[in-house]
Ligand binder design. Structure first.
Ligand code: SF4
Ligand code: SF4
Ligand code: SF4
Ligand code: FES
Length: 353
C-alpha cells in the first residue's frame, strides 16, 4: 500500500505505523516514548502529525498506516505542539548537556535542536536529586528522566526482570527500582537493557563515565559475544583501539538470537580484552615454572605428549573438552581431531556440564 507523507509517495506494509513508514522513507519524526523494542506508548506526543480527514493531531507511533492516507509531519500546528512538549520536558528536569554523558547521543537534545528551541520558556526551581551510583554498572540520574516509560517496559516485558516501575503521583511521579530502593540494593540483574533503550542521560553505563569518554566519541564494531553459545550480537565501542563499553547491536534486532538484548556478561564482561593479565603467548612449565614459549614450541610439545600417551595407554586414555566460547567451526574441528586423528570418542562440551 502507499500513503503520502509530506507530499512524497511512501510505501508501507500492513500493520506498519505511520512513524515506521516515515522513518523507512528517511523522513524525520521525533519519538521519545516509542522504541522499536518497547513498542508504542502514546505517552510523550513528540511524534504527532496531521492526517487529512482526521480531527486533531495524531500520535504517529500509534497510528496504523492506511492506503491513501495523506500525512503532514511539519505543519505549524505540529511544530508548535512539539515545541511545547520539549519545553515542558526541559522545564521539569535539570538538563545540562555540557556535562551530560548522553551529549550528542540524546534523543531529547536532537529534538530540541531540530525544533530550534534556543532556551526553555519555563523555569521551575527545584532541588537537584542526588545521582544513584549504588549499582555496579549503571548510573541513574532522575533529574534527566523524561518519564517516557521505555525502561519500565523493557525491564517488565522485554527482559522480564520486573525491577523498574512508575511510582508516586503527579509531580512526585518517578521511575523506581522495586519498592523505591537504590538500584544496587534492588533485584536488578544488571542486564543493562534499561540503559539501552533510555533516550536521554537518565540511565547511563559507568564504564564510559569512569574513563570520561562519551559514547559519541567511540567507534562501534559489531561482534559476536564470546561468552556462550547463544551468539548475541554486540556493538563493541572502542576509542583508540581500546575497549570502552558494549551495547546490544540493534540493527535487524528481530532477527537476532538475542533480539537486541544482552545479559550481564555481554554487557559488562568484555573489558578483559585489554586486561594486562591476559595471556599473550603460550606458557610451558619448565622446572616447575611457567615460562613464555612460541606457538611452535607449545604445539610440538602437545603433539609429542599426545603421541606418547596414545602409544603407552591407548587412544581412549585421552579425552577432550571443548567450549561454548569458541565457534561452531572450532568445536567441529576438535571433534574431528579427537575422532579421526587421535581415534577416541572421548569428547565433551562445557554446555553439558
Ligand atoms: S539528557 Fe539529553 S537533554 Fe538532558 S542534559 Fe543530557 S544530553 Fe542534555
Ligand atoms: S539493568 Fe536490567 S534488570 Fe536492572 S533495572 Fe535495568 S532492565 Fe531491569
Ligand atoms: S529513565 Fe530513561 S527510559 Fe526510563 S523513563 Fe526515564 S527517560 Fe525514559
Ligand atoms: S513517540 Fe509517539 S507518543 Fe511518544
Amino acid at each position: 500500500m502507499r500513503l503520502t507523507i509530506d507530499g512524497r509517495s511512501v510505501e508501507a506494509v500492513p500493520g506498519q505505523t505511520v512513524l515506521d513508514a516515515a522513518r523507512a522513507a528517511g523522513i524525520y519524526i521525533p519519538a521519545l516514548c516509542y522504541h522499536p523494542k518497547t513498542g508504542k506508548a502514546g505517552r510523550c506526543r513528540a511524534c504527532v502529525v496531521e492526517v487529512e480527514g482526521m480531527r486533531g493531531l495524531k500520535e504517529s507511533c500509534a497510528l496504523e498506516a492506511k492506503d491513501g492516507m495523506v500525512v503532514h509531519t511539519a505543519t505549524p500546528k505540529v511544530m508548535e505542539t512539539r515545541r511545547l512538549v520539549v519545553d515542558l520536558l526541559l522545564a521539569e528536569g535539570h538538563h545540562n548537556c555540557i556535562s551530560c554523558q548522553a551529549n550528542s547521543s540524546c534523543e531529547l537534545q536532537d529534538m530540541v535542536y531540530h525544533l530550534g528551541v534556543e532556551r526553555p520558556s519555563f523555569l521551575i526551581e527545584s532541588e537537584p536529586t542526588p545521582l544513584d551510583l549504588s549499582s555496579p554498572g549503571i548510573v541513574r540520574e532522575a533529574d534527566k528522566c523524561i518519564h517516557c516509560g521505555r525502561c519500565v517496559e523493557a525491564c517488565q516485558n522485554g527482559v522480564v526482570n520486573e525491577v523498574l516501575a512508575f511510582a508516586y503521583r503527579g509531580s512526585h511521579a518517578k521511575v523506581v527500582c522495586d519498592d523505591d530502593v537504590p538500584m544496587g540494593e534492588s533485584t536488578c540483574v544488571q542486564c543493562g537493557e534499561c540503559v539501552q533503550v533510555c533516550p536521554v542521560g537518565a540511565l547511563v553505563l559507568k564504564q564510559p563515565r569512569d574513563v570520561r569518554i562519551r559514547p559519541h566519541e567511540t567507534t562501534a564494531t559489531k561482534v559476536t559475544c564470546p561468552y556462550c553459545g547463544v551468539g548475541c550480537q554486540i556493538d563493541l565501542h572502542t576509542k583508540d583501539n581500546r575497549y570502552v563499553f558494549a551495547m546490544a547491536h540493534e540493527g535487524q534486532w528481530e532477527k537476532q538470537p538475542n533480539k537486541g538484548m544482552l545479559c550481564i556478561k555481554g554487557r559488562f564482561g568484555l573489558d578483559f580484552v585489554d586486561s594486562p593479565d591476559r595471556l599473550r603467548t603460550p606458557l610451558i612449565r619448565r622446572d616447575g615454572e611457567l615460562q613464555e614459549a612460541t606457538w611452535d614450541e607449545a604445539l610440538d610439545l602437545v603433539a609429542e605428549r599426545l603421541k606418547a600417551t596414545k602409544e603407552q595407554h591407548g587412544a581412549d586414555s585421552i579425552g577432550f573438552f571443548t567450549s561454548a566460547k569458541v565457534t561452531n567451526e572450532e568445536n567441529y574441528a576438535l571433534g574431528r581431531f579427537a575422532r579421526a586423528v587421535i581415534g577416541t570418542n572421548n569428547i565433551d562440551h562445557c554446555a553439558r556440564l
